[in-house]
Ligand binder design. Structure first.
Ligand code: CA
Ligand code: CA
Ligand code: CA
Ligand code: CA
Length: 485
């Protein structure tokens, strides 16, 4: 029999979280946080779906990947991706599809490289979008002036997934938006973001919408993948899917899905289909307004091992009362999966943990974690405050407000890409990717290209410190409490 936690569905003071000022929005977040905490407590007794979660973290071990972090705060199995470390600094100076100074030119260049942006706006590919194949690349969207960068395509024949990492490794992508607002001819396979046959990839603080397949799809044999702090919203029906984390794997994979928001997509929130021996961690995410399925644990490739910890599964206006929060999918099963569940929160009237999970819930995780997961309430607050590409555009502001207010709805068709503020790029006379004013304040040389030196001797290269500072500042100054400080 389906098990519900019935104490739910009242929204926290609707409207408060859509209020105009950052301060009021922050109050809304706190109200939602308080409600979430109450509901986790209310739902944790026996006789409902929460009973099958383990109650302590005693069985959990943590074994972080070894090596220097891709950036400050990088987490998950992809955290030590080298990206473009030590490489060329390539400025993106035009929004054009191709040619000198285009993003495509940086993506298609050889060797370690860091793409920094001297322009803001929409890069709309008018020919087939580039594939990130050459390894060792960092795409530093946080360097863009004004409102940042959004990727799209022109529809028609050229209309295909705008952001693809394919047969590559050591790729770091931060603070980009991917919003395919036009219909491509490649409907069945048109994701917003695809990671295919690649290793050591981090997608962090990225926002995606309007895919006609998955908003993000890990395809074929990937390994050491992190997808973190990102917003995936409004895939397009009738194939509206948030995240297909593994399709057609051929071996064991490690993948971390951490601190993301999946909102307003019918199912695959997310879809977990891996081979035995894999380590898949789904930590601290917010899954909102699925229609039929939130998390799906599949067994097509021998049975997925997965740990789901500290996530929030929240009904929205489109969530069916028969929707499932965490479900085992046995269609085409070739072996039994295993699921470790701790500290997940469920809000709303739907089947929180489906009885199908009974046979595969385990008292210990399938493998050591890459890091210690946050409690659900803390993760929920962090997602609402700081997930997605910064500065947030109007769509990200909207979806975060809708999560907090338990409002909003699935899409029926792509929308309009919000206006992106122009801006003045920071001064960089020596062309090393670092703001010369930041250089003066941080002991690096504004008259010499010195991105890979380490002026303060802390083991982190100058440029990486600059990029980290830029990301932190963007989030701090443009977050829900930023303007109120
Ligand atoms: Ca796909
Ligand atoms: Ca400089
Ligand atoms: Ca310099
Ligand atoms: Ca340093």
């Amino acid at each position: 029999m389906a098990q519900h936690c019935k104490s739910t569905v009242e929204a926290p003071s609707p409207g408060a979280t859509l209020a105009a000022t950052p301060h009021e929005r922050a109050s809304g977040f706190r109200a939602s946080l308080a409600l979430l905490t109450i509901l986790i407590a209310a739902c944790s007794g026996p006789g409902n779906g929460m009973a099958r979660q383990v109650e302590t973290s005693d069985a959990e071990q943590v074994a972080p990947p070894e090596g220097p972090l891709a950036f400050r705060g990088a987490q998950g199995f992809g955290a030590v991706s080298a990206g473009g470390r030590g490489g060329r600094i390539i400025p993106v100076t035009t929004l054009d599809d191709s040619g000198p100074g285009s993003l495509r030119a940086c993506i298609e260049a050889d060797g370690p490289r860091v793409c920094v942006f001297r322009v803001s706006g929409v890069i709309r590919y008018t020919t087939a979008p580039p594939r990130i194949r050459n390894p060792f690349i960092t795409i530093a969207g946080q360097t863009a002036p004004g409102g940042g960068i959004t990727l799209a395509h022109a529809g028609g024949e050229a209309g295909a997934t705008p952001l693809v990492v394919k047969q590559s490794h050591d790729v770091v992508i931060r603070h980009l938006r991917v919003r395919p607002d036009r219909i491509g001819n490649n409907r069945g396979g048109e994701d917003a973001i695809t990671i295919e046959q690649s290793e050591r990839v981090i997608i962090d603080h990225v926002s995606a919408s309007w895919a006609r397949d998955e908003l993000i799809n890990g395809h074929a044999q990937n390994d050491a993948i992190t997808i973190s702090n990102s917003i995936f919203a409004w895939a397009i029906p009738r194939h509206d899917k948030c995240a297909l984390l593994g399709s057609d794997p051929t071996g064991r994979q490690t993948l971390s899905f951490i601190g993301n928001l999946c909102a307003h997509s019918g199912d695959r929130n997310p879809d977990i289909n891996f081979m035995p021996g894999s380590c898949v961690e789904i930590f601290g995410n917010v899954f909102y307004n699925a229609r039929s399925e939130f998390a799906e644990v599949w067994e097509t490739y021998g049975g997925s091992p997965v740990a789901l910890v500290g996530n929030s599964f929240i009904a929205g206006p489109d969530t069916s009362s028969s929707a499932v929060g965490i479900v085992r999918q046995t269609i085409g099963s070739t072996g039994e999966g295993s699921a470790y569940l701790r500290g997940n929160g469920f809000i709303g009237s739907f089947v929180h943990i489906d009885r199908s999970l009974d046979a595969i819930v385990r008292p210990q995780p399938p493998c050591p974690f890459s890091h210690s997961p946050r409690p659900a309430a803390e993760a929920y607050a962090a997602v609402l405050a700081s997930a997605g590409a910064f500065p947030r555009d109007a769509l990200d502001e909207q979806v975060v407000g809708e999560v907090a207010a338990r409002r909003g709805s699935l899409a029926s068709q792509p929308g309009t890409i919000p206006a992106i503020a122009s801006g003045t790029p920071y001064p960089d006379a020596d062309g090393d990717g670092m703001d010369d004013d930041w250089e003066r304040a941080n002991g690096t040389d504004p008259a010499m290209s010195d991105p890979w030196l380490d002026a303060d001797g802390d083991g982190v290269a100058n440029l990486e410190q600059f990029l980290d500072d830029l990301s932190d500042r963007l989030i701090r100054e443009n977050g829900p409490t930023g303007g109120a400080q």
